[in-house]
Design a binder for this molecule. Sequence first.
Ligand code: ADP
Ligand code: MG
Length: 250
Amino acid sequence: MLSIKRLTKAYGAHTVLDEIDLEIATKDVVAVIGPSGSGKSTLLKCINFLEPYQQGEVRFEGQCVGYREAAGKRREASDRVINRQRARIGMVFQNFNLFGHMSVLDNLIEGPTQVLHEPRASAIERAERLLDKVGLLDKRDQRPSRLSGGQQQRVAIARALAMRPSLMLFDEPTSALDPELVGEVLATMRQLAEEGMTMLIVTHEMEFAREVATRVVFMEDGRIVEENAPERLFVSPENPRTRAFLARVL
Ligand code: ADP
Ligand code: MG
């Protein structure tokens, strides 16, 4: 579904992603771990082209993300193409990023009606089903600011799902939450994984990564240092740098 080859991204002279290779198949749940500044967020942003990249390629569902080849030269794709690609990829951020001036329900139907041009009635029906699934149907008419952080993040997940994405990206979805609210968000993500959603999750929740991920990727200094099944990577990491990182965080 997603194929990243030699992806290289720099801010000025500072290389932030250095020849990243990563393959994600349907129903994979891949956890990305690594120290702050290692390029995890930038990797997610390149995947849905919130950030341009200089070299290499991100292919999603067979199509190059963000660029097209024209006469042997690489050009940015049109906004229409980029928006269509982006709509297939759900993104959940650390700070929820809900529309504060809209009700919970309106947050969920905005994308489907405005971007996918779905009829309002069917968008509402689907939004209600998704809110029910994340346990928040009773909050449909509330403003997000009236909800707890954990509830807001579950709304953000439901909002992303409302676009019927085939891939979900999560960037430290529980890092901004009070400790007692982390569990409810992880439970929602776990349920999604069990239902077969393809997911790429940047997280500091090592226990969650170990239990839910099908693969774990350890990044440092813009590179993938080690990639393995969770039981291998957490129990007997091959790379000394992975070992040193795990010794610090576990
Ligand atoms: P992580 O998510 O692993 O903490 P990031 O992807 O946010 O790492 O950042 C990787 C590196 O890129 C860091 O050194 C960071 O300072 C730098 N960086 C991130 N965003 C920008 C930006 N917009 N401009 C310049 N440098 C950036
Ligand atoms: Mg980050």
